[in-house]
Design a protein around this ligand. Structure first.
Ligand SMILES: C[S@@+](CC[C@H](N)C(=O)[O-])C[C@H]1O[C@@H](n2cnc3c(N)ncnc32)[C@H](O)[C@@H]1O
Length: 277
């Protein structure tokens, strides 16, 4: 198990051009519901406490749905929360502007995160997936360096309709946890989630790497819990995750497992030798 790497904060500055590259704008309504709900549960208190509870939906895509939904879900936990959607493709910003409303605005920008004050949350879903693996460390450093004290970066990937998700949560100091979240009714084996691993891990799902060992153990525990399937996939998942806790640092509990989630300490899944830099 390798130790979490500490990320060195980057001094914010305003570059003349947004940092990053325009990529495909694929998105879907309700696609990020699992991530939104986890953020509201895990980070709602921090947003409630913040003097200026700003959340960024970075790279919201060709339509502004995920930013609109993030605002609605965050406000259930933190009624003063605001969302700024930031997109590197100017036409997507223009297309989103008519959806701006109280608590929701859209800006042109990139990984420099063009805000006047540091956000309490940055969510980047399905953005880094389209970058090379060796960009991840630098982008994480930049984004973590933009967070307010106590802020959170949530960076991950999901399928087109949000049935399978994997994301990394990072604090200003660097990566903390990895969350696997799935619609249990459509799950064949836990390693189905491998295809949605975030960029930092997807190329590391090979023998000798911790994430590969974790998914192997997850599948074994799922197979051993097969008798619980008669009580439903939820009971089987809960049983499976409970078994995993014997060997892996699972950091959440049954209330989240019931949602088809499990969150594991980053240090247990981090690539051998750290993420490529
Ligand atoms: C696949 S879409 C994801 C849309 C939405 N987040 C979702 O998950 O449904 C990725 C979007 O990220 C944008 N993007 C890529 N790099 C970016 C960057 N550095 N800053 C802001 N947006 C970026 C792309 O232009 C694209 O619209």
């Amino acid at each position: 198990m390798s130790a979490p790497r500490t990320l060195v904060p980057v001094t914010p500055r305003t570059p003349s051009r947004p940092v990053g590259t325009v990529t495909r704008g694929t998105t879907n309504p309700n696609r990020l519901r699992r991530m939104d709900r986890w953020i509201a549960a895990a980070h709602g208190a921090a947003l409630r406490r913040a003097a200026d509870p700003v959340a960024v939906d970075l790279g919201y895509g060709a339509a502004p749905w995920t930013a609109v939904e993030l605002l609605a879900r965050l406000r259930e936990a933190a009624p003063r929360a605001r969302v700024v959607g930031i997109e590197i493709e100017p036409a997507r910003v223009a297309a989103a502007k008519p959806y701006a409303r109280e608590g929701l605005e859209f800006r042109h920008g990139g990984f420099e995160v063009p805000l006047e004050s540091p956000p309490v949350l940055i969510r980047a879903a399905n953005v880094l997936r389209q970058y090379d693996e060796d960009r991840v460390a630098d982008v994480w450093r930049r984004l973590c360096g933009r967070l307010a004290p106590g802020g959170l970066l949530v960076e991950g990937t999901c399928d087109e309709i949000g049935r399978r998700h994997v994301w990394v949560a990072l604090g200003p100091e660097g990566p903390r946890t990895v969350t696997f979240a799935t619609r249990l009714g459509s799950l064949h084996t836990p390693s189905d989630l491998a295809e949605r691993l975030p960029k930092a891990l997807i190329h590391r799902n090979v023998p000798g790497e911790p994430v590969h060992a974790f998914l192997r153990d997850f599948d074994r525990a799922w197979a051993a819990a097969a008798p619980y399937a008669s009580y439903g996939a939820r009971q089987r998942w809960i049983r499976t995750v409970r078994a995993l806790t014997a060997d892996w640092p699972v950091v959440d509990g049954p209330a989240r497992w019931r949602q088809g989630e499990v969150t594991v300490a980053w240090g247990a899944l981090a690539p051998v030798g750290g993420i490529r830099d």
